[in-house]
Ligand binder design. Structure first.
Ligand SMILES: Nc1ncnc2c1ncn2[C@@H]1O[C@H](COP(=O)(O)OP(=O)(O)O)[C@@H](O)[C@H]1O
Ligand SMILES: [Mg+2]
Length: 393
């Protein structure tokens, strides 16, 4: 009966007129009439109530979801129970372990992070490497200018990607060594203070590490080396897996992955023994996609809901940021495409120190660099470049 009345605007208006009239006679009767009419409205709209609440909630999260007070290299780890974004800084995260059974939100977590980072950081500030063994999740990002290598979709390509990262780490070691006899130059911030050159931070994502790297293979060993040594060179490695206890995830590697982002997994062993989660935390875990237990250095374990960006919004942003850019290709130098350092880099130090830098760069290339490439890159004359080329191994 009430639903019919509420559908009819004239009747609704008449009802309110009656309520007003009754109110003017008696407060009690007026309130009663009002309560009856409201009950009718609620009965009519109750089916839609959850939708309305969900809309208000998602509007609230979207509004809160874009922090304005973020610093460089902040990422959104997720939202707390009040929908407030929780920021963490890549510079203090170290490497991260992202675990959850298939279907509980690892890839969505990565996508949300990429969506945020490519908007707030230039390719000179942040370079991104991705290993995507599933081949289907990340192609939308394949032309963003932040990529220093193509997205690696096979085991061979993942191996190649790790080689590039090791070479870049060596190159940075050589750069630090140019200064480290006089100054303490052991991380990228110090290097920047001394030289004024900003090396881009490097983020490496292994969406499903277990599918991309054979256990105990050479690639696996190289990844462990990289994880052990690369932190102070500005690297953040994210290793994702659905089964942390599988033999394929080496204990030595896990010990380097200090930040933990752990979603639902059916076995307590995966939580406790392998991911080193305290029982009082994982006993409160529920099988909810996007719900993660998060640990970051210096803070307590906490529950966060991940940032889920709708596909259409991911596509839109990827397309906009990619505009005018082509896919990177294998074998093109790792140096960022627009970095001043890459255009000309004045080398100082002894001949041996200079050659260490040039050699580290040459190691990243498929073929020996040409005399002209050397001359352009280091701002030296062709005869000097020729001499250097002759010394390259
Ligand atoms: N933060 C979230 N909020 C709501 N649903 C989510 C969230 N994260 C993931 N999901 C749901 O879980 C599904 C699987 O997520 P996905 O990231 O592909 O899992 P995984 O990579 O771990 O296999 C998504 O398609 C989505 O429906
Ligand atoms: Mg996935």
């Amino acid at each position: 009966m009430f639903s019919k009345i509420t559908e009819n605007h004239h009747l609704a208006a008449a009802l309110f007129a009656v309520i007003t009239a009754v109110y003017s006679g008696s407060l009690l009767l007026g309130s009663l009439a009002y309560a009856v009419v409201m009950a009718g409205f609620l009965a009519h709209y109750s089916g839609r109530l959850p939708i309305v609440v969900a809309r208000i909630r998602s509007w609230y999260i979207a509004r809160q979801g874009t922090p304005t007070n973020f610093k460089k290299y902040d990422i959104i780890m997720g939202y707390d129970e009040n929908g407030r974004p929780q920021l963490e800084n890549l510079q203090s995260l170290g490497h991260s372990f992202v675990v959850a059974t298939t279907g509980f939100g690892k890839t969505v977590w990565y996508q949300g992070m990429l969506h945020w980072l490519i908007e707030t950081h230039t390719p000179e500030e942040l370079q991104i490497y991705i290993s995507d063994a599933k081949k289907v999740s990340f192609p939308i990002w394949s032309r963003i200018p932040h990529l220093a290598a193509p997205i690696a979709v096979t085991k061979d390509e993942t191996d190649r990607m790790i080689d590039m990262l090791l070479a870049e780490m060596e190159r940075r070691t050589a750069l630090f060594n140019l200064y480290s006899s006089a100054r303490l130059c052991d991380n990228i911030q110090k290097y920047y203070e001394i030289t004024g050159d900003k090396l881009p931070r490097i983020m490496v994502i292994f969406d499903e590490k277990t599918d991309a790297i054979e256990s105990d293979s050479d690639t696996d060993k190289k990844l462990i080396t990289l994880a052990k040594l690369s932190r102070s060179y500005g690297f953040n490695i994210f290793v994702g897996t659905q089964r942390p206890s599988a033999k394929s995830v080496n204990g030595e590697l896990i010990s380097q992955l200090v930040t933990k982002v752990a979603g639902y997994m059916p076995s307590a062993r995966e939580y406790g023994v392998v991911t080193q989660l305290p029982k009082e935390i994982y006993s409160r875990m529920t099988p909810t996609p996007g719900r993660f237990m998060v640990y970051t250095p210096g803070r307590q374990w906490r529950f966060l809901q991940s940032r889920m960006v709708p596909d259409s919004e991911l596509e839109k942003r990827a397309a906009r940021v990619s505009r005018g850019h082509t896919r990177p290709r294998w074998g093109i130098p790792v140096a960022p495409r627009k970095n001043a350092l890459a255009e000309t880099m004045k080398l100082s130090g002894t001949m041996a120190e200079k050659m260490a830098v040039v050699q580290a760069w040459a190691n990243t290339l498929d073929v020996k660099p040409s005399i002209q490439q050397i001359a352009d890159r280091y701002g030296v004359s062709r005869p000097t470049a020729k001499g250097w080329k002759g010394r390259l191994k």
